[in-house]
Design a protein around this ligand. Structure first.
Ligand SMILES: *[C@@H]1O[C@H](CO)[C@@H](O)[C@H](O)[C@H]1NC(C)=O
Ligand SMILES: *[C@@H]1O[C@H](CO)[C@@H](O)[C@H](O)[C@H]1NC(C)=O
Ligand SMILES: *[C@@H]1O[C@H](CO)[C@@H](O)[C@H](O)[C@H]1NC(C)=O
Ligand SMILES: *[C@@H]1O[C@H](CO)[C@@H](O)[C@H](O)[C@H]1NC(C)=O
Ligand SMILES: *[C@@H]1O[C@H](CO)[C@@H](O)[C@H](O)[C@H]1NC(C)=O
Ligand SMILES: *[C@@H]1O[C@H](CO)[C@@H](O)[C@H](O)[C@H]1NC(C)=O
Ligand SMILES: *[C@@H]1O[C@H](CO)[C@@H](O)[C@H](O)[C@H]1NC(C)=O
Ligand SMILES: *[C@@H]1O[C@H](CO)[C@@H](O)[C@H](O)[C@H]1NC(C)=O
Ligand SMILES: *[C@@H]1O[C@H](CO)[C@@H](O)[C@H](O)[C@H]1NC(C)=O
Ligand SMILES: *[C@@H]1O[C@H](CO)[C@@H](O)[C@H](O)[C@H]1NC(C)=O
Length: 382
């Protein structure tokens, strides 16, 4: 109101003194405008409507104060190592999207997000989180999209996230866990995510899945590309088959094409929900490398775990072992031959030593067999 009043007074003034230049007015207007917007937008950030952008400013904490009606906050590319209960000191009822990607994030303490009751999307990708308090998120949070791509310090931290998923992420529908070097998934990790729709596990090192891993009937997209899967177990195949409307991506895994994969091949032929099934290729055995899985002659795949075939598989290594042993033998004989003089001397020495020994023995034997001496020794013993 005071701004408007000022403006009117200025206009009246200008009308009265026509030769006074418009410049004063303009400067004043610009000043008032920039002043009011400065009071709303924190330093190092740009604000557009309710979207606040503080990207790549080397900020070490959340800029304060944030506008009350903020809906989106982009803090990507900063240096915010820790988030604690003072990071968002005032309630931001409308904040739904928070991006803290690539910000060297290591630690999230308890109650970090207690003042963000409407948070729907949380992007923590490209960090190195090694501490995530299970109480960081309020239990009634509404997070639907959680991005943890390339964000774990190391894969052994996944257990903590499993607890977090169980405790306070029941609304999550889109979960990105790609690029985290995950080797195994804790048991029942996704069991309580009853709205899970998109699950991205691409580019980890997953080898197999425990029973009850994929039991989410809501799942629509599952990305398992670029892992270390050699075969999918019967239990996993059965679990995936039970999910209606699922689309699975499986390319980029080192499939092992022996008789153990036959159940999976039948499953692949029968179902269409593996969207890239034409792109699956064998990595093992060597003869079948890069052969498409769907072109394999199923009943004739070798069984490396069967005894007869194990022998066949081991044949080359037996031949190699034999050759090595023969070589060692030849070298041994050669050494003997080159040392023949020394060996001769050695044998003579031994023979002499034996002879001395035998003579000594012979002598003792004669003494022992002399009955007089035997009696003597018996008496002396008594
Ligand atoms: C946000 O609040 C500020 C005042 O705090 C107001 O000037 C601005 O118009 C509001 N923006 C929206 C989109 O409501
Ligand atoms: C970023 O901030 C840290 C301290 O918070 C400082 O040591 C570093 O030099 C800054 N980097 C740049 C590129 O400004
Ligand atoms: C946040 O900022 C980064 C860097 O400019 C940008 O790549 C990203 O798209 C932004 N995210 C959103 C949701 O605006
Ligand atoms: C924030 O956490 C610290 C310890 O982690 C605690 O002492 C403090 O009381 C907490 N503050 C609020 C407002 O909860
Ligand atoms: C997660 O973040 C990564 C890298 O910032 C991005 O490529 C990916 O699309 C994001 N995932 C989701 C679900 O937004
Ligand atoms: C993972 O990080 C923890 C500390 O958070 C450490 O004790 C452990 O050795 C690390 N594991 C690997 C495989 O690097
Ligand atoms: C796969 O993940 C590793 C870290 O686990 C990362 O270094 C690599 O760049 C990722 N590859 C792709 C194609 O994203
Ligand atoms: C998984 O299920 C299979 C078949 O139902 C069973 O034989 C196996 O023992 C189970 N494994 C575990 C770890 O529960
Ligand atoms: C896998 O399941 C199929 C039928 O669903 C069954 O015929 C086959 O014997 C099972 N394989 C193993 C290894 O249990
Ligand atoms: C299969 O691989 C080809 C070549 O790499 C690629 O262009 C195509 O998109 C892949 N198909 C699917 C369904 O991923």
């Amino acid at each position: 109101m005071s701004n408007v009043g000022l403006l009117l007074r200025l206009l009246q003034l200008q009308r009265k003194q026509k030769n006074m230049c418009n410049l004063t007015l303009c400067v004043l207007l610009i000043l008032t405008c920039s002043c009011s917007s400065l009071s709303l937008c924190p330093a190092h950030c740009s604000c557009e409507s309710t979207v606040v952008n503080c990207v790549s400013q080397n900020l070490s904490s959340i800029p304060q104060p944030l506008p009350e009606n903020i809906t989106t906050l982009n803090l990507s590319g900063n240096n915010i190592r820790i988030l604690n209960n003072e990071s968002f000191p005032k309630p931001l009822e409308h904040l739904t999207h928070l991006y803290v990607s690539g910000s060297q994030m290591e630690q999230l303490d308890s109650m970090v997000f207690k003042n963000l009751p409407s948070l729907r999307l949380l992007d923590l990708s490209n960090n190195r989180i090694s501490e995530f308090n299970v109480e960081a998120l309020p239990q009634d949070n509404k997070i639907e999209v959680l991005n943890l791509s390339t964000s774990l310090y190391n894969h052994s931290y996944m257990g903590v996230f499993a607890n977090l998923f169980k405790r306070s992420l029941s609304k999550v529908s889109h979960l990105d866990l790609s690029n985290n070097d995950l080797v195994f998934l804790p048991e029942g990790i996704f069991t309580d995510l009853s709205d899970l729709t998109v699950l991205d596990l691409r580019n980890n090192t997953l080898v197999s899945f425990g029973n009850d891993t994929f039991v989410n009937p809501t799942l629509k997209e599952l990305d398992l590309r670029d892992n270390a899967l050699k075969v999918l177990s019967n239990v996993t195949l059965a679990e995936l088959s039970l999910i209606p409307d699922l689309r699975v991506s499986l390319a980029g895994n080192p499939w092992r094409c022996d008789c153990d994969i036959e159940d999976m091949l039948i499953w692949l032929e029968r179902h269409d929900f593996v969207v890239d099934k034409l792109n699956l290729t064998c990595s093992f055995p060597k003869e079948l490398k890069n052969a498409p899985l769907l072109h394999l002659e199923q009943p004739h795949l070798p069984c490396w775990s069967n005894n007869g075939d194990v022998d066949r598989a081991l044949e080359p290594s037996y031949v190699f072992l034999g050759m090595v042993l023969a070589l060692i033998g030849v070298i041994f004989l050669l050494v003997l031959y080159l040392n023949r003089k020394g060996i001769k001397k050695w044998i003579y020495n031994i023979r002499d030593a034996c002879r001395d020994h035998m003579e000594g023995y012979h002598y003792r034997y004669e003494i022992n067999s002399d009955p007089r001496l035997a009696n003597l020794s018996l008496n002396s013993d008594v």
